[in-house]
Design a binder for this molecule. Structure first.
Ligand code: GDP
Ligand code: MG
Length: 209
């Protein structure tokens, strides 16, 4: 018997972090190569793209969160349904690094102590407000103590934004040399209109698949 239905795998990346650190800006830079200085509060947005790798089709979901949930149970649900996390902070947002530490603890509580699939992101590198030393220290903690990835980005300049997604793909053991394919697919989606780009937009809810 031959298989006619192509095997499809779905992976979900969830962006978490304090409000204002640039989660939405990073995703928008990656998907549309744009940057907006204006701050618009995110409720929750799910983006999806598909690509082919070694004959298997992969659906990549990117969940942009608000940074605050009305009920802790909602955040727990988001964590449970995710495959990998981008934990974003910025030196411009007070206490956002502490929030990353707190979120990591919550993730390990839910996913188990041995869970691997976290990329720590220091965004707003263009502002240079925290200093190289602080960045190096967080990078060391993330990589050596947590076994997580670390990427310093600027959604404003676009610096290293693709590296975040590459790292997330590596976290879920998917080939990370897919950015050109992802980019092609994204252009197709943009040409086709917003059809698949923004699948769900809900108020204060975690999207379930
Ligand atoms: P979110 O709440 O984490 O989704 O944060 P947003 O993506 O909405 O960004 C919050 C604010 O920070 C907006 O005014 C963005 O324009 C700004 N911002 C986001 N990323 C950067 C960055 O890399 N550099 C600078 N200078 N500003 C940024
Ligand atoms: Mg946002």
């Amino acid at each position: 018997m031959s298989l006619t239905v192509q095997e499809q795998r779905t992976v979900r990346f969830v962006f978490l972090g304090a409000a204002g650190v640039g989660k939405t800006a990073l995703i928008v830079r990656f998907l549309h190569d744009r940057f907006d200085f204006k701050y618009t509060r995110t409720v929750e947005e799910l983006h999806a793209l598909e690509y082919d790798t070694d004959g298997a089709r992969v659906r990549v979901e990117i969940l942009d969160t608000s940074g605050s949930y009305a009920f802790p149970a909602m955040r727990a649900l988001c964590i449970r349904t995710a495959d990998a996390f981008a934990l974003v902070y910025s030196d411009a947002e007070r206490d956002s690094l502490e929030e990353v530490q707190r979120l990591r603890e919550e993730i390990l509580e839910i996913k188990g102590e041995t869970f691997a699939g976290i990329t720590v992101v220091e965004n707003k590198a263009d502002l240079q407000s925290g200093g190289r030393l602080a960045t190096a220290e967080v990078m060391r903690t993330a990589e050596e103590e947590w076994g997580a990835g670390f990427v310093e980005t600027s959604a404003r300049t676009g610096e290293n934004v693709i590296a975040v997604f590459r790292d997330l793909l590596e976290q879920v053991k998917l080939p990370s040399r897919v950015s050109p394919a992802l980019r092609r697919r994204r252009q197709t989606l943009t040409r086709d209109g917003a059809r698949e780009k923004q699948l769900v937009k809900k108020n204060n809810s975690c999207i379930l698949s």
